[in-house]
Design a protein around this ligand. Structure first.
Ligand code: NAI
Length: 485
């Protein structure tokens, strides 16, 4: 189709959620700078956060806001508060989950003029955090009055999505290395899945160096030699913690931008909160939201304006004039307005200190809108773990459970307490709590689905013990699908 005059002036419509506290101030500041830089955007203002909660909207985001985000596919968002007494779910987490924004991108780049103990080391990497799975599923149960459990849900497709996103981001930014960081040495099935999928998927990207690093060492390496990192990818909680650590290396949360990416929607936001102490006083630093908006401009393909805005900011930070109080030398902090004027005055100037990086669009894989199902060629049911609450000692529990299994389809194999075997006794000195896992194995493979046999076993155990939870022990494609004691 030929370009018409209307095409050349086309604007991208973006949902703008100013949010709470300093949100409206940093949003206004960012919009002013983007307008002065000539960004072709049309803002659709939308509500979320404290005011929405107070209106009785339990998700913190009204339907009109959700519709606006769904329609536009791009949102810029300020910090959101969850006021006490209005439900306990964060509107931020709700938005990420509703729109399946599975990829959280946190660039970690040394900023000119912002002095840290790491200044001059050339830190320039990106933390890619899986954003919707893991313990953040929030599926928790009290197993006994004193023992709590959360489910760490990791899926193969979730790992594949985030690793592919990390690889695509590396390619888009001309980066060379992807470090998959996991706790696979301890959690072999969940964290191990991320490690295994990382190894498989990254084989398809021969232009990228792939390494695996145990996540605790990754935390250590980020502090002692942060310049070694290029792109790191992690499951949700590891990424949550290490992305904040990484932000601390380059000036802290107040200057850290982020993107939340999904197949349909991308939402860009500063990492910091609503800073209620300084809200409404004209003291807020808009840097983090502005850098998030720069990521947004690249996402919509406006690389030139992104670079113009980014460099005007760098020059402003380098010159050190009119900086806000959080980053200015003590006693010299200025206003948000003066900082905005200074950045606008610097539009068109290029930082000589920050190396130029060429960006391209991130080629994200489009995932089909179907229920993901992973088949297995063979499945065997080999036993069941039954979790019981008991104040008796393991020997007594062993005797009663073994007796309960007599005449059933199972034999009692072992009992563990918080993962350590306590029956048969291995001679250790495990501190005992009232929560035990009893592992029963089928004497011979069940003929049907095994449910009748499991029900019979549970009835036998229930006569003497309070059981609260069971897990089937299965083998998929010939491999044990459960951890050992
Ligand atoms: P915060 O990030 O609001 O404040 C921490 C410290 O950093 C304060 O001293 C604050 O004044 C300063 N600060 C933060 N951003 C700044 C900026 N742009 N300019 C100058 N100084 C800045 O964290 P806090 O106090 O833990 O949380 C306050 C509220 O924000 C809470 O209700 C929290 O739930 C919410 N929050 C929302 C987030 C989001 O929407 N993504 C993220 C973090 C917190």
């Amino acid at each position: 189709m030929d370009a018409t005059p209307a095409d050349t002036t086309a604007r991208t419509r973006v949902t703008a959620i100013a949010g709470d506290g300093i949100g409206p101030e940093v949003m206004r500041a960012t919009q002013q700078i983007l307008a002065a830089a000539g960004a072709r955007l049309e803002w659709e203002e939308a509500l979320a956060g404290a005011e929405a909660f107070r209106k009785g909207i339990s998700s913190g985001a009204p339907q009109e806001t959700l519709d606006s985000i769904a329609r536009n596919g791009v949102a810029l968002k300020g910090p959101l508060e969850t006021p006490v007494g209005y439900g306990e779910k964060s509107a931020n987490v709700t938005l990420r989950k509703i729109f399946e924004m599975y990829g959280n991108i946190r660039p970690v780049r040394e900023l000119p003029g912002i002095r840290t103990p790491f200044t001059g080391r050339g830190i320039d990497f990106v933390v890619v955090r899986e954003n919707v799975e893991d313990v953040y599923a929030g599926v928790e149960h009290m197993q006994t009055p004193g023992v709590a459990q959360t489910l760490k849900l990791i899926t193969e497709v979730g790992c594949e999505r985030i690793v592919r996103l990390a690889a695509a981001l590396a390619q888009a930014e001309g980066r060379k290395k992807v470090t998959v960081s996991t706790k696979a040495n301890i959690m072999k099935l969940t964290e191990g899945m991320m490690k295994r999928v990382g190894e498989q998927v990254l084989k398809e990207y021969p232009d990228l160096v792939h390494e695996h690093m145990i996540v605790d060492n990754c935390a250590h390496q980020m502090v002692i030699r942060p310049e070694q990192f290029d792109v790191t990818v992690m499951t949700n909680m590891n990424g949550d913690i290490l992305s904040d650590l990484a932000a601390g290396l380059v000036g802290g949360l107040g200057v850290a931008p982020s993107a939340n990416l999904g197949d349909q929607v991308a939402m860009f936001e500063a990492v910091h909160g609503s800073a209620p102490q300084i809200a409404g006083k004209g003291l807020a630093n808009p840097t983090a939201l502005l850098l998030s908006a720069v990521m947004m401009l690249r996402h919509i393909g406006d690389f030139a304006t992104a670079s113009t805005v980014e460099h005007a900011l760098y020059v402003t930070l380098e010159e050190g004039k009119d900086l806000t109080g959080d980053i200015a030398p003590a006693g010299q902090g200025g206003s948000t307005g003066a900082f905005v004027d200074r950045v606008i005055a610097n539009l068109g100037r290029q930082s000589e200190k920050v190396p130029v990086r060429e960006y391209r669009s991130i080629a994200m894989k489009k995932w089909p809108a179907i229920t993901w199902y992973r088949a297995a060629t063979t499945r065997e049911l080999v036993g069941v773990d039954v979790f019981v609450e008991s104040e008796r000692d393991p020997r007594a529990i062993g005797i009663t459970l073994a007796a309960a299994a007599e005449g059933s389809a199972f034999t009692l194999e072992m009992i563990s307490s918080r993962g350590a075997q306590v029956w048969p006794d291995l001679g250790g000195n495990t501190f005992l709590v009232d929560h035990f896992r009893a592992r029963f194995m089928f004497k011979e493979p069940p003929k049907g689905n095994g449910i009748a046999e499991i029900t019979d076993l549970l009835q036998r155990i229930g006569r003497q013990h309070n059981w609260m939870h069971i897990e089937k022990l299965q083998r998929f494609d010939g491999a044990d699908a459960y951890s050992k004691a």
